[in-house]
Design a protein around this ligand. Sequence first.
Ligand code: 6PG
Length: 258
Amino acid sequence: MGVPLVPGLDRRVRIFPDLGAASGALARHLRESARASARERGRFSLVLSGGRTPVDLFHRLGRSGPRSWPWRDVEVFFADERCVPARSADSNFGSAWNAFLSRVPIPRRRVHRMRGELAPPSEAARRYGRLLGAMPRPGTGEPRFDAVLLGIGPDGHTASLFPDSPAVREPRAAVVPVVRSPVPPFVPRLTLTPAALSSAREVCFLVAGNDKAGALDRTFRASSRGDPRSPASCIRPDGPTTWFLDRAAAGRLAPGAA
Ligand code: 6PG
């Protein structure tokens, strides 16, 4: 655990009996990262992913009081969003808001929802890209974000970067539209690109379930080069990538990969 396994890639793997244990460990990990970042830089910028896997984690964060987290210094962004209203059951923002963001004292002006339903997806992507561009950077060459939280789909997608898609190959933009989603909900989406998601001091993946085991194995095998067919392998942060896994998701990793 915590030992770089692939030359040039600081990949750390932590395997837990179940999603609850992995979520608890990740909640503690993020709390320590937030405290250190607030102490050293007076801020902690966190990018949240969507889907079902992080909901337990969001509830745990939502129960964390101001004595444990420096909420006043936290700023929240989203890795991707479905172009639906915030109150839709398909909204990644809605899921994080209900379980977590509405329950902690993060200044509301520091929670940045992707407003994908308020404009054509390409315009909404441009707007969010401008918001990111206006973010104060701690210093030249410093990463955009302090921590990025991601999941992975059974096909290997992460955020809304689908295998072999134009979005996963985007060389410049920070945010792009995804007009047709190959996985439900079949609505247009916005997503941060690999370049934007990689501009982070650390990336944490939370992955659970047998249905992710194949994608995880393919991603680990592709990680040394970054393969657009395994989009999660294209997320290469400045600092470590830590994988919080349950045993089921880790079930097909090659010996020594974890
Ligand atoms: C999304 C998510 C997506 C998610 C994976 C895993 O908008 O759908 O950002 O990338 O992390 O699809 O989803 P589950 O956690 O629901 O399996």
